[in-house]
Each structure stands twice: as structure tokens, then as C-alpha cells.
Design a protein around this ligand. Sequence first.
Ligand code: F6P
Length: 327
Amino acid sequence: MAKAEKQIKTIAILTSGGDAPGMNAAIRAVTRKAIKNGMKVMGIDKGYQGLLNREIKELKAEDVSDSIQRGGTVLKTARSEEFRSVEGQKKGADILKEFKIDAVVVIGGDGSYKGALGLSHQGIGVVGIPGTIDLDIACSDYTIGFDTAINTAMEAIDKVRDTSSSHERCSIIEVMGRQAGYIALWCGVASGADEILLPEKYDFDEQKIINHIVETRKLGKTHFLIVNAEGVGHSVSMARRIEAATGMETRATILGYMQRGGSPTCKDRFYASIMGAMAADLLAKGVINRVVCHKDGDFTDMDIDEALAMKKQISEYYVEIARDLPR
Ligand code: F6P
């Protein structure tokens, strides 16, 4: 376990990559716990890009008031091309040293962890907190934002389902998740989808889907729901092809960014609060270059190198169940 050479007195927090509901609860927890632990806290606006632009200000306990229930991130976020390079990371580390910041808490996904690892190579202590709606961080069974996103998406799917059933249509609903199918799998099962298309499992056999619609219609099924993952995509053209081949009116709905917003659920606020506080406690003990995670039912932490080397796979058994439940 890596330890800081000297006592960590000042830390900074940033959010990076796509925002996720619950990030504010994490920022609040890091800030308040770090201050309780006797550290000074700085907030970096707009992720790594904001760091390179010196958008850094002190965060007092009262600055994070009234934020736990808000979606998005009060620190704002961005994706930074410049920070992907070693030069960018070195520049970022120099700016942190100039501000006398000993360590940074990074709230984000795998890409954000890579940036954090880069900072650690430049002598800045880091702790990562998993924040992404995609649930695709290998080291952690849970990522902040997932629960809110799937509930938002599920409610939207239920609404589309009502109108789809009234019109006896086939609906394809595309959910986010980049190359990961977790949002699609959970929402698909939870909304009783007839087909769930996952990037991890999709075999591009559209004819199979078409045959299934034709067969189940013969058995009296009047509407059809397909939950499609962003990583499979092409929902609009798929709808056109399915309509042409089955004769069933087919519509595509891409849920998009509404899945990333909204007030975080209790689960997201709780997980974010615990993980944020744990990050502040690690740094108070001088422990650096870790990521906080939720593994096998408990909150824990691990080395950031080890975390980034891990791989995550969607459960074969859950996928099998998802396929067995529709009629
Ligand atoms: O990682 C979260 C996420 O919402 C993904 O599901 C999606 O693919 C991506 O971010 C979209 O990113 P951007 O907001 O940069 O378009």
C-alpha cells in the first residue's frame, strides 16, 4: 500500500468524464470528512481540463450545502484531450504543486482513473471514487449513478410501453452505457422486454429477432418491446428493417441524456457518502494511489494499478435469465 512521504495537508476534488447522479453527495462527503480530519479542501472545476486552466478554489463545509439531492456535479465536468498525454499530466501535477495540493480525489470512470494514475506518476497522491451511470468499472461491483439512471430509464420505458401496447407496435428503446450492457440488462429485465440487445452478447442476427416477432404474433402477442444498448446502436435503422420484414409498425426511442440527470436515489446518495468519506479517511492516514470500491457486499479500497488491470464481465446467468423470461 503506497504511503505519502509527508503528511497530507491539502487535497483537491474533481469530477471527470460523464456526470452521474450522486457525484454531489460524494463531493460533499469528501469535503466534510476531510475538513473534519483537519485537511484543507480545494475544488477543481471542469475536471482535468479545469485543472490545466487553473480553475481551482477552496471548498468550505458550507460550500457543499444543499447539494446532496441535486443531480449533475456542482464542480462541473469535462473530457480533456490534453490531459491524456504525459505532458498534460505533468503540467497538471505542476499546477497542483503550485497550489500546494498534496493529493487529488477523482470521481469518475475508468478514463478518469487513467488520468489519476498519470498524476500519481508525477508525484501527486490520488484516490479514485467510481462515478458513472454505466457500471463498467471493473474493480467495483457498484458505480455511483447507476441506480438513479436505471430507475429513470425504467420509468421512461414503462411510458413507451403503454403507448406501444395501445397502438400494437414494436418499440425499440435505446439506453446508454457506452460499450457496456449493464443499463440495458437491468432495464430490460425490469421492464419485461421481449429482447435485450447487449454489446457483450449481440450476434448481429436481426433475422432471429424478426422470426421471434412473427412467431409470437401468431400466438396472439400484440406488442413487442426491445431494449437496445447504446453499444449495439442503430435503433432507427433497425426499426425500419423490422417494420419492413414483419409488417408491424415499429418505432425507435433513444432515451439519451435524460438518463444521466435527476435527483440521485437513496442508494446513490448513501454509496457516494460512504465512498467519499472513505477517500478522505485514506488520505488523512497518508494512504495514496488507491480506488474506493464496493466488492462482494462491502466497501473497500485497492491499489489503482491493480484496479485498472481488472476486467469485468456481464453475468452469463443473468443474460440467460433475461432470455428465458419473455414468452
Ligand atoms: O459514461 C457515461 C455516458 O453517458 C455513456 O453512457 C455514454 O456513452 C457517454 O457517457 C456519452 O458521453 P458524452 O456526454 O461525452 O457524449
